[in-house]
Design a protein around this ligand. Sequence first.
Ligand SMILES: [Zn+2]
Length: 76
Amino acid sequence: MPTYVYRCEKCGERFESLRSMKDADAPIECSRCHSMQTKRCLTTCGVQMSGGSSSHSSSGSSCGSCSGGSCSCCGH
Ligand SMILES: [Zn+2]
């Protein structure tokens, strides 16, 4: 069973959950504030790669699910 990463839109908490694929997009309760306003992230979402020399590429998107402007998933 894959691990999915979810982000709470209410408190910003990110948490992981083991779920079956068919439940991946089903609503899940935030582990911190118990809000149901959560969204599934890609597992790489919001993960900062260490070792980057600068932020020159910040205009790009490191999040596969956002286009760099209004991502409620990774905060871009
Ligand atoms: Zn929350």
